[in-house]
Design a protein around this ligand. Structure first.
Ligand code: MG
Length: 250
């Protein structure tokens, strides 16, 4: 299954080989078990302002910038975008609630994936639409030696945000690699779309409540139920890359 996924990826992009040198990690729902707190904070923020939303919306919106999420809610409620001031106030409200609710727990299995990635000598970059400094600043502490502050793309760096490929293009640049020299690990449909649009082999981990099909429809090249199962399969993924290299060079 892994081999087939790699072959399909290579054919689609007309690449001769997939030779990862760096792994681009999404943050919420991948490195941190934080999405349910974001969903709760967004939901409460939205209802306090009578913005139309459902709990699933915030899992579907995940990866967008805060401003883009707020515009979406404004469009469906009022038929227009929010002003800059409204965006600032609403995002501040969501961020404050998130900090209040978030228990800061890393995602189960994330440290094991990082160990595997290091074992294979692959560089690590965080690519998140989040502007939550409460988590961004904790990365170095929770995953010692895994991430450097200068190897992070956050909501402060991007203009468009996911599902635009922009954040992942920026991640490739940070890592100094091309698309077929990277892997993306994502949990959100829009994040998967962004990774795929950037031409990067994108591994989805379904750590939230959405059906698997949503992530597959977004274009995920591989799908795992959680980070631990990805860590367990990492050797197989790396092994599956070897024949692809052979095939590419002949
Ligand atoms: Mg995420």
């Amino acid at each position: 299954m892994i081999r087939e996924a790699i072959e399909k990826y290579l054919q689609k992009h007309n690449y001769s080989r997939l030779e990862p040198k760096a792994v681009l990690f999404d943050m919420d729902g991948v490195l941190y078990d934080s999405m349910r707190f974001h969903a709760r904070a967004w939901q409460e923020t939205a209802s306090s302002r009578r913005l139309i939303s459902t709990p699933e919306d915030f899992y579907m919106f995940e990866g967008r910038t805060g401003a883009s999420t707020i515009d979406e809610l404004y469009q469906r409620t009022f038929g227009k975008n929010a002003t800059d001031e409204e965006k600032e106030n609403i995002y501040r409200q969501e961020a404050a609630l998130f900090v209040q609710y978030n228990d800061g727990k890393p995602m189960t299995g994330a440290a094991n994936v990082l160990e595997k990635v290091k074992e294979y000598g692959l560089d690590r970059v965080v690519v998140t639409g989040s502007g939550q400094l409460s988590l961004i600043d904790k990365l170095e502490c929770d995953f010692p030696g895994s991430f450097k502050r200068d190897k992070m793309i956050t909501g402060y760096d991007v203009k468009y945000g996911k599902p635009d490929p922009e954040p992942y293009y920026m991640g490739l640049e940070k890592a100094g690699v091309t698309a077929p020299e990277a892997l993306v690990i994502e949990n959100a449909p829009l994040g998967v779309e962004a990774g795929v649009a950037a031409g990067i082999f994108t591994i989805a981990v379904n750590t939230g409540p959405l059906p698997n099909q949503v992530l597959l429809d977004a274009g995920a090249n591989l799908l795992y139920p959680n980070m631990q199962s990805l860590a367990d399969d990492w050797d197989c993924i790396m092994k599956a890359l070897v024949p692809a290299l052979d095939a590419g060079s002949h």
